[in-house]
Design a protein around this ligand. Sequence first.
Ligand SMILES: [Zn+2]
Length: 54
Amino acid sequence: MQKRYCSCGNPVHVQYINRGARRRLLFWAFAREGGATTCTCPHCRRTLNINELR
Ligand SMILES: [Zn+2]
C-alpha cells in the first residue's frame, strides 16, 4: 500500500490490486472507522482520483 495525500492534506492509503490484465485501485481511509475502503476523502468529501493525490 502507498500512502498518499489528498489535496486537502488528509492521508489516504492506495492499494493496487492486479487481476490478470486489469488493475484496480482501492482507497483506504484509515482515519474513519478503523479502515474502510472509500472513494471520497473523509475530510473534504472530494472524490478521490489517483492523479490528484499528492
Ligand atoms: Zn481531502
